[in-house]
Design a protein around this ligand. Structure first.
Ligand code: FAD
Ligand code: MG
Ligand code: MG
Ligand code: MG
Ligand code: MG
Length: 551
């Protein structure tokens, strides 16, 4: 039934009819998912939707394969090849999942309701607003582009976040070339029109610059022979290097390749203002410099969406920058709300906060001291609950906990070492320095979505077995380990059929072979056979005929 509340109509109470049909079953809990990106879609695909009454709210009725967006900017891949309608994904799952194309603009966690607004149709109130109530809410709304309040960015720069952005960039690149070809422009004006500026030397900015360079040299140079020598691509980065999240070897290779390719790499420059025809950047040595440009793409980082900021204030997270969850992806201090992907960050527990508890659990014989063996016995559990311990040992090239204990106690005999609580604290005192935030990647969002779906599939077990601070084998066992990220590696396409790959274990590979690895990984990771076929045929078409410059 529909209920009225504050002028808003709740359409979301969809399960009551079903319950009437089958009075014997208890009411299914309502799961509401916000967002159809990497996190939300992966959650939905892995959820056992027979267990819940599931509703999805997103302003976008499709999933977008973001790693291929830079390829869309230059027509290497067509826009429709990188999107999959969410209704098709839901239909494939079977079950009865509802989708509402709308935006959530307010989470009311006290009443377990969300406020939504549709842009494509109005209701009786004329505002397109409606309420959806939930038992469990999964927030997977991603992030927004961040301009760091730099003046003129919103008005004059392109972002590269959505499929529409990529399409606009493609059109804008062509406009710059056609403008530069007009008869009444002088050489200077042609040059300015063909100056492409990419702000931000992260993976997206770098890949776009590389893609644009290929498009210009491989395809457009043939179509615009008289002006192609005027083209300039600048990559502006405030830090000292580009691709700083990658291994130094990759950074170095990328910078050198770009310089060889004639891409103007301006590291150490911060963009402070963008006007209609000039970008002002700042460098301690040179002061402000204003550079004329034809088109600019802004790709410097992400920020929290305004309605999430409001929600954070409501639940006492107002002093944080990103919505915080625990390691089970439950939003802190907020019953029934979960968050995955770019909109959230895991508040990793510190070993030092729990050190007495860890000591107590490990000290099986209650002797007041820990032997190496006692520590060893709980080490797997410690690794699960506090991944920083493993990272710390690795960063110090230590072989397990015995090394750590020995180092902290001088060079005493391994077998006989026992630590009291103070010594145990001292041994572990630095491990929390290894706590790191997970990167804002599709890989993290997808793994979190999958993890959370598995938790939901076993929710009843979980409720019967609440977690302790650390999971000890055989006692107080609970079903769910905390979320743990498995890094499967990362690519940085650098143009000219060359890609840098950084795989687990710091395995680095750069060149044509990793480009083929890239093709095969991204073909494999496609969400459906349909998009897979489209993407592969786009790539083949590009190999044979080049990129399409009409749009
Ligand atoms: P998103 O995938 O952004 O999904 C957010 C969803 O929420 C969208 O459906 C959106 O419409 C919806 N939404 C927004 N506001 C609301 C609202 N108010 N109410 C309801 N729904 C809302 N990562 C990699 O690992 N590898 C790569 O190669 C890679 N390349 C990238 C290239 C580009 C150009 C970009 C932009 C990103 C790339 N990423 C890559 C990062 C990756 O796309 C993100 O980390 C990932 O999309 C995060 O997933 P998410 O579910 O948190 O958010
Ligand atoms: Mg999502
Ligand atoms: Mg996405
Ligand atoms: Mg995150
Ligand atoms: Mg003991």
């Amino acid at each position: 039934g529909a209920a009225s509340s504050g002028g808003l109509v709740a359409y979301a109470d969809s399960k009551s009819d079903d319950v009437a049909d089958k009075p014997q079953g208890p009411r299914k809990k309502k799961v509401v998912v916000l967002g159809t990106g990497w996190g939300g879609t992966t959650f939905l695909r892995n959820l056992d939707s027979r267990l819940y009454d599931v509703q999805v709210v997103s302003p976008r009725n499709y999933f977008a394969f973001t790693p291929l967006l830079p390829s869309v900017t230059c027509g290497t891949v067509e826009p429709r090849s990188v999107v999959e309608p969410i209704r098709r994904i839901l239909e494939k799952k079977g079950g009865d999942i509802k989708f509402w194309e709308a935006e959530c603009f307010k989470i009311d966690s006290a009443n377990k309701k969300i406020h939504c607004r549709s842009n494509i149709g109005t209701n009786l109130d004329g505002d397109g607003e409606f309420l959806v109530d939930y038992d469990y809410l999964v927030v997977a709304v991603g992030a927004r582009s961040n301009t760091f309040n730099t003046p003129g960015v919103v008005e004059n720069c392109h972002f590269l976040k959505e499929v529409e952005d990529a399409q606009k960039i493609r059109r804008s690149v062509m406009d710059c070339f056609e403008r530069a070809s007009l008869p009444y422009l002088n050489e200077e004006e042609r040059k300015n029109s063909l100056h492409f500026v990419v702000v931000g030397g992260g993976p997206t900015g770098v890949e776009f610059a590389a893609e644009l360079h290929d498009f210009v040299t491989e395809d457009l140079s043939k179509l615009y022979p008289s002006i192609q020598h005027l083209v300039k691509i600048s990559l502006v980065e405030a830090a000292d290097h580009i691709l700083t999240m990658f291994d130094k070897r990759i950074t170095k290779f990328a910078e050198e390749k770009f310089v060889r390719d004639g891409i103007n790499v301006k590291t150490g420059y911060k963009v402070v203002k963008v006007s209609k025809d000039a970008i002002t950047m700042q460098n301690p040595a040179t002061g402000d410099v204003a550079v004329p440009y034809g088109m600019a793409v802004w790709s410097t980082g992400i920020g929290t969406r305004p309605f999430v900021v409001e929600f954070m204030k409501q639940i006492g997270q107002g002093n944080r920058r990103v919505l915080a969850t625990d390691e089970w992806l439950r939003v802190l201090e907020c019953d029934g709300v979960y968050a995955v992907g770019d909109c959230a960050t895991i508040n990793q527990r510190r070993v030092m906060e729990d050190i007495s508890e860890i000591f107590r659990v490990a000290d099986k014989d209650n002797s007041g001291t820990l032997t190496v063996k006692e520590i060893q016995d709980v080490l797997d559990d410690i690794y699960v609950r506090y991944p920083q311990v493993e990272l710390y040992l690795k960063s110090r090239q230590m072989n397990g906990i015995a090394d750590l204990v020995r180092t902290s106690k001088g060079d005493a005999e391994k077998e006989s070492i026992e630590l009291n609580i103070e010594e145990f604290k001292k041994a572990l005192s630095l491990v929390d320095s290894q706590v790191k935030n997970l990167p804002a990647t599709a890989q993290v969002a997808a793994q979190q979505g999958q993890y959370l779906a598995r938790c939901f599939n076993k929710m009843k077990d979980a409720e019967e077995n609440p977690e302790g601070p650390i999971r000890i084998r055989g006692e107080g066992r609970h079903r769910f380990r905390p979320f743990r990220y498995r890094h499967l590696g990362q690519f940085a396409p650098l143009g000219g059929e060359q890609t840098a790959a950084q795989l687990p274990g710091d395995w680095i590979s750069i060149g044509h072979s990793s480009q083929w690895l890239w093709y095969s990984v991204y073909a494999t990771k496609q969400i459906s056979w349909r998009t897979r076929a489209l993407v592969i045929s786009d790539w083949s078409r590009r190999f044979v005929f080049g990129r399409d410059s009409s749009c």
